[in-house]
Design a protein around this ligand. Structure first.
Ligand code: ARG
Length: 496
């Protein structure tokens, strides 16, 4: 007879049981459920509700179940509604209904499941954040090697300005650092304790919610019992944080994909991160990057699933909420594995500096620099110099030349023609304005690709990475410290 069906005359029929059970998605919270139950029961004992001897038997039974789980000996089928029913049933089988029947005192599956989900999610968030910081470090390391690697910058997919590969890499390090902040913020709202809220309106049992908060290493309480049992905005926030992060990964993947093409050949993935073709022997496919881009959609799907799943659910637990675990686990897994692969790709990427430089040779991309030189050296207004430079671009295009091949007197003549007044610059200024490297060295604005600016950015980011890492390690340390001391308490109470 199932543990939770005393009110009902019959068991679920088989099909309904399979339809209704959450045991598959619950496997992920198996140990969290044991931890949550141990903390709850230790608290009940310390509140004078479960006698010491009974607690010892309960904890021993729970630890035996944990050992079986770790040994891969647990098989849970649809005969159980969920992992909560399975674990309680197994405790009762071991120690009898008089003792095992105490474990659920002052608790509902509604606060139980959400405590398990929060325990699991907080660990996943910490692991994702740690992996993200590794990616940022990889980006910064590669940036450090490429501060003077000249690269074309594009807008609308067209040649825009001279930049460097390091400057580009830092742009993504910055986006991922913001993702890391978002993960930490989200974590602070996930790592709160809903346990002790009962089914929806609390319990008349004298539970100590602050005790379980401490035992489980939560940072605080989800105070209101309705909010604690039926709120899932923290799960939506987790998925949206992952979705934003995956969007950043996807954009970076799109760049690297384009630059991996034979036409660009700016970068080449290490063989470990590339695939080949079943028929075309020459192929080296950057398919891992395509998958990162594709998997970002999967995570958006999880977010949208969660948003729509909870928006119409009245307050107070409804079974719909059981479904939230599926997209939540999926988005956490996909985000984590995508980050792992991207970290590997970035760390091992071959950078073809010569190809990048070749693209800049003779490119019209120096036209902005030429226009700005006419402002600073010939005293034209920007719009005057812009018109002159545009006329020069048309002229060299028509004549099949490059801007660097122009002479000061040709520029003077074109200005005369376009503006009705001349524009004198020296040969030296002209050479500087039309040489990609000199262009880069002339960039003044903070945050530009000028190597000095990029070096300054790298120094600041290296500091940030240290601070973020310390923060994540502190959060991780608090969690593992609490779980370790819970283990200690369990061991000493189990001795009876
Ligand atoms: N299995 C459920 C879930 O995953 C928890 C149980 C809540 N069920 C209930 N009848 N109140 O959300």
């Amino acid at each position: 007879m199932s543990l939770f069906r005393s009110r009902l005359a019959k068991e679920f029929d088989d099909r309904t049981a399979r339809f209704h059970t959450s045991v598959v998605e619950d496997l992920r919270i198996f140990e969290d459920d044991i931890n949550g139950t141990e903390a709850h029961d230790i608290m009940l004992h310390e509140q004078g509700i479960i006698p010491r001897e009974a607690l010892a038997k309960i904890l021993t039974a729970l630890e035996e179940i944990r050992a079986q789980w770790r040994a891969g000996e647990v098989e849970i089928g649809a005969e159980y509604e969920d992992v909560h029913e399975y674990i309680e049933t197994k405790v009762v089988e071991r120690v009898g209904l008089d003792v095992g029947g105490m474990i659920h005192t002052g608790r509902s599956r509604n606060d139980q499941v959400v405590v398990d989900m929060r325990l699991r999610t907080r660990e996943e968030l910490l692991a994702i954040n740690a992996q993200l910081i590794e990616l940022v470090e990889a980006l910064l390391k590669r940036a450090g090697e490429n501060v003077e690697t000249l690269m074309m910058l594009y807008t609308h997919g067209q040649h825009a300005q001279v930049g460097t590969f390091a400057h580009y890499l830092v742009s993504y390090a910055d986006a991922f650092l913001r993702d890391s902040q978002r993960l930490s913020e989200c974590y602070s709202r996930v790592n709160l304790n809903p346990l002790g809220s009962g089914p929806v309106g609390g319990t008349s049992i004298n539970v100590d919610r602050r005790k379980t908060t401490e035992l489980l290493g939560f940072d605080g309480l989800v105070e209101n019992s309705i909010d604690a049992t039926s709120g899932r905005d923290w799960a939506v926030e987790t998925a949206s944080t992952c979705a934003i992060l995956m969007g950043n990964l996807s954009r970076a993947a799109a760049d690297l994909l384009e630059w991996s093409s034979v036409e660009f050949a700016y970068v080449e993935l290490a063989d470990e991160y590339a695939s080949s073709s079943s028929i075309m022997p020459q192929k080296k496919n950057p398919s891992t990057l395509e998958l990162i881009r594709g998997k970002s959609s999967e995570v958006y799907g999880c977010l949208s699933e969660l948003l729509t799943m909870v928006k119409g659910v009245n307050s107070g637990y409804s079974q719909d909420l059981q479904q939230t675990k599926i997209p939540l686990w999926r988005c956490l897994d996909t985000t984590r594995t995508s980050l792992e692969v991207m970290t590997g790709i970035v760390s091992t990427l071959a950078v073809n500096e010569a190809k990048m430089r070749e693209r800049l040779k003779g490119s019209l991309t120096v036209a902005v620099e030429l226009a700005e030189t006419l402002v600073t050296e010939a005293g034209l207004s920007f719009r005057e110099s812009y018109r002159t430079a545009a006329a020069l671009v048309r002229k060299v295009l028509a004549e099949g030349r490059t801007l660097s091949a122009l002479t000061p007197s040709e520029i003077d003549a074109v200005a005369e023609e376009v503006l009705g007044k001349g524009a004198q610059i020296s040969q030296e200024h002209l050479d500087q304005a039309t040489d990609p490297e000199a262009c880069l060295m002339r960039r003044k604005s903070e945050g530009s690709p000028h190597p000095d600016h990029v070096r300054a950015m790298l120094e600041k980011r290296a500091e940030l990475v240290k601070v973020y890492r310390i923060h994540i390690e502190a959060q991780t340390g608090k969690v593992s410290g609490a779980l370790e001391s819970l283990r200690g308490k369990v061991a000493s109470y189990s001795e009876g």
